[in-house]
Ligand binder design. Structure first.
Ligand code: 5GP
Ligand code: ZN
Length: 114
């Protein structure tokens, strides 16, 4: 989608620190990290949020969680623990309307991260 900042990152039109990509997924560092490790995992295909996911997207989701797993090991938070979250819609604080999963770790994340 033209005006989408994450589509622009995928297209290389906006710079980002890309740390992983495969056929389905791109991962890059969050510009305003809320934890020592704060990575965003996004599908290359524009989906507005988790509410657009369907059973057809099983392969996409397996790639996202597999990438999160690989990156957790790479950034050494696989043993200490981490959280994968997605915000959907206004009350969840979704600010970019391209589906993304936050991979957070490197500190005690408490009960809730938003
Ligand atoms: P949300 O609040 O929608 O769940 O998360 C959006 C996230 O995208 C925020 O954590 C924000 O810091 C991050 N973000 C927004 N714009 C950019 C950008 O241009 N580059 C990067 N790397 N992260 C961004
Ligand atoms: Zn997009």
């Amino acid at each position: 989608v033209n005006s989408c900042i994450f589509c622009k990152i995928i297209a290389g039109e906006i710079p980002a620190e890309i740390i992983y990509s495969d056929d389905f997924v791109v991962a890059f560092s969050d510009i305003a990290p809320k934890a020592p490790v704060h990575i965003l995992l996004i599908p290359k295909r524009h989906l507005r949020g988790a509410n657009e996911l369907l059973t057809d997207d099983a392969e996409l989701l397996s790639h996202i969680f597999s990438a999160a797993n690989v990156l957790a090991k790479k950034f050494n938070i696989d043993k200490s623990g981490y959280r994968v979250i997605t915000n959907n819609g206004k009350d969840a604080g979704q600010s970019v309307d391209h589906l993304h999963f936050h991979l957070l770790g490197g500190k005690d994340l408490g009960d809730l991260v938003g």
